[in-house]
Write a protein that binds this ligand. Structure first.
Ligand code: DWN
Length: 390
């Protein structure tokens, strides 16, 4: 498997590949990749993903800041907020607008520059215990530490949580959200598995991990983002906190589904194989019918789909995207050209594979004219078929 976000020109494409293999640990319930490229191969000065490109995510993070930072906290001048993996500052902008002391941390220099342009206070570092000590030399303890779709990127979770414990105020809350393991197994959304996603978390695995670090899982809140995510709230254990009723109910659902049973994962593996066969068969049928098939949104997830299914330019002629940095590049491993949405419209495709299926509502709303003009949208999660089946 190539690096998921290695959207670069054809002549710059590297032949680096790694084994994308996932495993499950029956004792700590962690679901994770067994092999992983070096972080600096994935996160660097030209990381091509920008949170703020999605209006859905902008609204989502505004709501997150309002839900978890009450006025009592925002009005208190002592209050200090940290966001790990702040990307282009989409979340922290809301904190800054409320006049709060804050700091963003992100290993990708280019996205941090975008955050700074917004006036957000941010540093380009890979958060760790060492970095947490540098932060505490200059800043007070944080009443809130936030992280979204980031913790799953961090190989050394133990060092990371030592840092969190060091920066989190005694009565503070560490709030993070990630694609949810149970959603992935139910939807067979295997494209959530790629190099950046070292872990796919569940309440079971987060509760175990927290106990290992004298932290406590106090609450868990399901989220619709990214095809089904879970937001976790961790606190210092000595705050005599225990898991909310909502969290207990979610844990029971995990046990009922069999998230602690190996055969649940073996069934997932078989389901992935079926989805692969079905998608390739559909695309081959369309090709035999001389249909023009393109892709919509050059997502990180698409790299897993295309390379796992062995789909190349013969089955999907191009992929369109709204990210300027991705246009003019090729998709990692399949080398399918990435073009702008405008250019895609001039090519008059008959079918579009929706790779950003987690943004279906926003995209289909945006592209109603395409649908009216007869374009058919292909989906592959939770099953292979057409959106708006005629
Ligand atoms: O976990 C991660 C999530 C948060 O974002 C990261 N590891 C990497 C990234 O994953 P992704 O690339 O799968 O993210 P999205 O948000 O599913 O897709 C973003 C891509 O979709 C961008 O390249 C932009 C494109 N897009 C578009 O072209 N038109 C997105 C929308 C909403 C659109 O309307």
């Amino acid at each position: 498997m190539p690096i998921a976000n290695a959207f670069v020109e054809q002549n710059l494409q590297s032949d680096y590949r790694f084994n994308l293999v996932a495993g499950y640990c029956p004792s700590c319930h962690m679901f994770q990749l067994l092999e992983q490229p070096n972080p600096d191969q994935m996160f660097h000065e030209s990381y091509p993903f920008f949170t703020g490109l999605s209006s859905t995510m902008r609204a989502h993070f505004k709501e997150m800041s309002e839900d978890h930072i009450p006025d009592a906290v925002s009005r208190n001048e002592e209050s200090f907020i940290i966001e790990i993996g702040c990307n282009d500052g989409t979340f922290l902008q809301n904190v800054m607008d409320r006049g709060m002391n804050h700091l963003g941390v992100d290993p990708s220099k280019n996205v941090v520059e975008k955050a700074k342009e917004k006036g957000v206070n941010a540093i380009d570092e890979f958060y760790s215990f060492e970095v947490s000590k540098k932060i505490s030399e200059r800043y007070p303890s944080a009443i809130r530490i936030f992280a979204s779709n980031v913790i799953c990127h961090i190989p050394d979770l133990h060092d990371f949580l030592r840092g969190i414990k060091h920066n989190l105020a005694l009565e503070g809350e560490f709030i993070f959200e990630e694609p949810y393991l149970l959603s992935m197994l139910k939807k067979i959304s295997y494209d959530q598995l790629y190099d950046e996603h070292v872990y796919m978390f569940s309440l079971m695995s987060i509760q175990k991990l927290a106990e290992m670090h004298n932290l406590v899982l106090a609450d868990a809140i399901p989220q619709e983002t990214h095809g089904g995510s879970m937001r976790y709230v961790l606190k210092h254990a000595d705050q005599s906190e225990k898991l909310s009723q909502r969290g207990l109910d979610l844990l029971n659902e995990e046990i009922k589904f069999g998230l602690d049973k190996l055969d649940s994962y073996q069934t997932f593996a078989l389901n992935c194989e079926n989805r692969k066969r079905e998608l390739v068969a559909l695309l081959k049928k369309l090709k035999d019918g001389n249909k023009v098939v393109g892709g919509y949104a050059a997502t990180s997830k698409s790299t897993t789909v295309l390379n796992y299914c062995g789909i190349g330019k013969d089955l999907i002629s191009f992929i369109s995207d709204s990210t300027p940095e991705k246009i003019g590049t090729v998709a990692p491993g399949s080398y399918i050209p990435i073009i702008s949405h405008e250019a895609m419209k001039t090519l008059k495709p008959d079918y579009l594979v929706l790779f950003a299926w987690n943004h279906e509502k926003e995209i289909l709303n945006k592209e109603q004219i395409l649908t009216k003009n007869g374009i058919k949208w292909i989906k592959f999660v939770p099953e292979v078929g057409f959106i708006h089946e005629q």
